[in-house]
Write a protein that binds this ligand. Structure first.
Ligand SMILES: *[C@@H]1O[C@H](CO)[C@@H](O)[C@H](O)[C@H]1NC(C)=O
Ligand SMILES: *[C@@H]1O[C@H](CO)[C@@H](O)[C@H](O)[C@H]1NC(C)=O
Ligand SMILES: *[C@@H]1O[C@H](CO)[C@@H](O)[C@H](O)[C@H]1NC(C)=O
Ligand SMILES: *[C@@H]1O[C@H](CO)[C@@H](O)[C@H](O)[C@H]1NC(C)=O
Ligand SMILES: [Cu+2]
Length: 411
């Protein structure tokens, strides 16, 4: 309807709706893998967070996420909202320290034993909460008092005592990146898998609508944003925005929901679709650089980046891809890893593709079956339980197939 109207720089798409072309950023900051950060760098982040909290920013981010909750989860706006939201946090933090950049947390790497993730240590995001209130007592936000929605210590409460139930293996996320051909499908798979698993695994503050008060939220969502960017590159689908948005059928001209506590200035979804353009001046250390020119609407089916995998580590990516190519039959590769082309029929091994019983048992083989979202989490987000169950079964099918093959995970 109003897309592109009145703007000088417009490129007309074949479907009749004008797309605004945005200028390329003159400089771009680089979001790094949080696993590579030094203790000095974590210390600098701790300093910014303390000052932002004193100035009320952590509460404002917590409150705005809480109040926008039902509009920005469970629909395709999940991705553009959180891209804009983390960017706003980063922009404000840079007012305190011009070198501040939100790092990303590749939470797949510690999927077997998340509580052992180096980021969940006293030198980084902190360990499990302590005492009956589960107060976070160490790490960059240790012993912090929050004011939203009322006075409390910043909390963390692992979902399995002092351990955390298994997260999603990198191979599962790689499968989503390769096999999902619509953003709507990719959103469901990501939001119902690694997104929920990390929130639920950490618990405490991360298991509330104001989760953003825990900096874990920012590094987690920066990672989900990286995965979206990798998906966009893999499919050359920078401007794909389909399915249901925050207010009916998704449209690039939709305004991203915002709250007065953290205003976005009326940003449209289209303004955040392409990294490196307009006001979205950052990239990821392990992802392809932004395209040389602003992408046209529609794109092509030919991906420009050979991303295909969730891992930021190039050598792990290669071992994953070649291992899958030699261990899975071509039907399974076609279903789960179409980006890897045809498999080798001589190594054919049939997996049990509907092993729902083993899946829900929580047990796992070489790659553990990922934990399910809890009924409370599903209800809190207003998800359709049937869609959540279907996504989990699909992930379990893949785990069963990988387990019942010669594939050895590099992770
Ligand atoms: C990638 O992972 C391998 C182990 O799989 C490790 O030896 C190497 O140092 C990693 N590279 C980077 C850049 O982290
Ligand atoms: C494992 O693969 C073999 C063939 O290699 C097949 O006969 C068997 O049914 C599979 N088992 C499961 C549990 O999928
Ligand atoms: C697949 O798994 C189901 C559930 O565990 C089981 O009933 C069925 O026999 C299995 N099929 C094959 C071919 O292994
Ligand atoms: C993993 O697959 C192997 C081979 O099919 C099977 O023997 C084993 O029971 C599986 N493990 C689990 C925990 O599913
Ligand atoms: Cu959120």
């Amino acid at each position: 309807m109003k897309c592109g109207a009145g703007l000088a720089l417009v490129v007309f798409a074949s479907l009749g709706c004008a797309q605004q072309s945005l200028p390329r950023c003159s400089s771009m900051r680089v979001r790094r893998n949080a696993a590579t950060m030094s203790s000095q760098e974590w210390g600098a982040i701790a300093d910014v967070l303390r000052r932002m909290n004193n100035d009320g920013w952590m509460s404002r981010f917590g409150a705005s996420h809480d109040r926008l909750f039902s509009r920005v989860h469970g629909n395709t706006c999940f991705f553009p909202f959180h891209r804009r939201y983390v960017l706003e946090f980063e922009n404000i933090a840079r007012g305190y320290d011009p070198s501040f950049v939100v790092p990303y947390w590749d939470a797949t790497e510690s999927f077997r034993n998340p509580a052992g993730d180096p980021l969940l240590s006293a030198g980084a995001l902190g360990t499990n909460g302590q005492g009956s209130d589960r107060c976070l007592v160490n790490g960059i936000q240790g012993n912090t008092q929050m004011t939203y929605p009322n006075g409390h210590c910043l909390r963390r409460n692992y979902n399995n005592g002092n351990s955390i139930n298994a997260w999603y293996a990198p191979e599962i996320i790689s499968s989503y990146i390769q096999s999902d051909t619509s953003l709507a499908a990719f959103r469901e798979n990501i939001e119902y898998s690694i997104h929920g698993a990390v929130h639920l695994g950490l618990g405490g503050e991360m298991n509330t609508g104001y989760a953003a008060q825990d900096f874990s939220f920012m590094v987690h969502h920066a990672n989900l944003d990286r995965l979206w960017w990798d998906w966009q590159n893999t499919h050359n689908a920078y401007l794909m925005y389909d399915g249901t948005g925050s207010n009916g059928a998704a449209s690039l001209s939709d305004t991203i929901p915002e709250d007065a506590a953290v205003p976005f200035g009326g940003s449209s979804v289209s303004s955040v679709m392409v990294l490196g353009y307009g006001n979205v001046c950052y990239t990821y250390d392990s992802s392809p650089n932004p395209p040389q020119a602003y992408p046209g609407a529609g794109g092509s089916s030919q991906g420009r980046g050979s991303v295909n995998s969730a891992s930021p580590n190039a050598s792990d990516r290669n071992r994953e891809s070649s291992g899958i190519q030699s261990a899975l039959n071509s039907d399974d590769i076609g279903r789960f890893f179409p980006g890897l082309g045809g498999g080798s029929p001589s190594r054919r091994r049939r997996g049990n593709e509907s092993d729902a019983a083993r899946c829900s048992s929580g047990r796992g083989g070489p790659i553990p079956y990922p934990a399910q979202l809890t009924p409370m989490w599903i209800e809190m987000h207003g998800y359709d339980p049937e869609r959540v169950r279907a996504a989990h079964t699909n992930a379990c099918d893949l785990v069963t197939i990988l387990n019942n093959s010669t594939y050895v995970s590099p992770y």
